[in-house]
Design a protein around this ligand. Structure first.
Ligand SMILES: Nc1ncnc2c1ncn2[C@@H]1O[C@H](COP(=O)(O)OP(=O)(O)OP(=O)(O)O)[C@@H](O)[C@H]1O
Length: 378
């Protein structure tokens, strides 16, 4: 059993906001002096910190474990404009957690000469409680299914086999151009959808290669989710109306359910046989294994220390504090069935090899009869 790792990252402030901020960071705590609440986390990153440092503090470990077969999920939570996208995607000058993780993933895999890997990626958004495929824009309103073999999965979601970090980042760039961007009073172009960037990592031991009878060897399959959530602020505060209100209420529905799930789990509801409402939103259903289940999970809670957002920051910190009490139980996912692509590919190669051998012996047989004819003629 391991706790969800929770880090808080404060975004840089303007000179004016710096003067008036009521907050103080002290080590891994954050507080308002003379205010009763003091929040403590696994890590608190001040405004001078770079994304690379945030990445190294926990996500790197989750990526390394994902290569070894453990599911991993990292998600950025926080109000609009608090730096979630900056943290997850970053910029050309300061790459975010996703590009850093992708480069690391390929690097780790290249070092591991004893295993053969197959990587796939998918990229989806949840917008108005609809799941849209960002790698295949025509795939909209996808459904969530569950099977004993695949667990919880999004039916019809495109999974691209990828062979280099650049290929992954190019596909991500393609996906980005299809995201829904809305406009609110609070932030001119504020992202109104949740995105889930996913890498599926399959691997098997290379040592079984020569032994074609060893077709039962286990394939490890793990999923790494890197999630950029929509702004967590209340719909009322964004001054949203009409379509924006609909979006806002859906976003709140997903985030409210996420909050409820975290609250229930932090109170030990699941271990006491209580109901945890994963099914109440698409987000929590997809992230179910990462929330109190089979995954290593980290939350990066993005905040602003500006006075004007103090209430919103307090509610983000309360959410993050509850998440600290949630435990997961990650284990290596080894499967022996044909659900693994690597396994199917190996089987196909074996079948082709057998066919080839069959046609060769047939051909050889023909050759033999010709040579015997030849011998007879001579
Ligand atoms: N740590 C940081 N260092 C430098 N700039 C930052 C940092 N965090 C945020 N910013 C800047 O602040 C602005 C808003 O950040 P960002 O878009 O990441 O917010 P967000 O939380 O993703 O908002 P939304 O919910 O609308 O997606 C951007 O211009 C971003 O570059």
């Amino acid at each position: 059993m391991e706790r969800i790792h929770v880090a808080v990252r404060a975004r840089p402030l303007s000179a004016e906001d710096t003067k008036s901020t009521p907050w103080r960071i002290s080590g891994n705590s954050i507080l308002i002096p003379n205010y009763s609440n003091k929040f403590e986390f696994d890590r608190v990153f001040g405004e001078a910190c770079k994304t690379e440092e945030v990445y190294r503090s926990k996500t790197k470990e989750i990526v390394t474990a994902a290569v070894r077969g453990f599911n991993g999920t990292v998600f950025a939570y926080g109000q609009t404009n608090s730096g979630k996208t900056h943290t997850m995607r970053g910029t050309a000058n300061e790459p975010g957690v996703i590009p850093l993780a992708v480069h690391d993933l390929f690097h780790i895999i290249q070092q591991d000469v004893d295993r053969e890997f197959l990587l796939r990626m998918s990229y989806m958004e949840i917008y108005n409680e609809d799941i849209n495929d960002l790698l295949a824009p025509e795939h909209r309103k996808l459904q969530i299914h569950e099977s004993t073999e695949r667990g919880i999965y999004v039916a019809g979601l495109r999974e691209e086999i990828v062979a280099s970090p650049q290929q992954v980042l190019d596909l991500m760039q393609f996906g980005e151009s299809h995201r829904h961007i809305g406009e609110t009073n609070m932030n001119l172009y504020s992202s109104r959808s949740h995105t889930i960037f996913r890498m599926i990592i399959e691997s098997r031991d290379r040592t079984g290669d020569d032994d074609s009878s060893n077709s039962c060897d286990a394939v490890r399959v793990s999923v790494l989710n890197l999630v950029d959530l929509a702004g967590s602020e209340r719909a009322a505060k964004t001054g949203a109306e009409g379509v924006r209100l609909k979006e806002g209420s859906h976003i709140n529905k997903s985030l409210m359910t996420l909050g409820t799930v975290i609250k229930k789990l932090s109170e030990g509801a699941e271990s006491q046989g209580g109901h945890v409402p994963y099914r109440d939103s698409k987000l929590t259903r997809i992230l179910q294994p990462a929330l109190g289940g089979n995954a290593n999970t980290a939350i990066i809670c993005n905040i602003t220390l500006a006075q004007v957002h103090a209430d919103e920051t307090k509610s983000s910190l309360q959410f993050a504090s509850r998440a600290l009490r949630v435990t997961n139980c990650a284990h290596v996912n080894e499967i022996l069935t044909d659900a693994a692509l690597l396994k199917r590919q190996k089987k196909e190669i074996e079948e082709l090899r057998e066919k080839l051998q069959g046609s060769q012996s047939e051909h050889l047989g023909k050759g033999d009869s010709q040579s015997s004819k030849h011998i007879i003629t001579v």
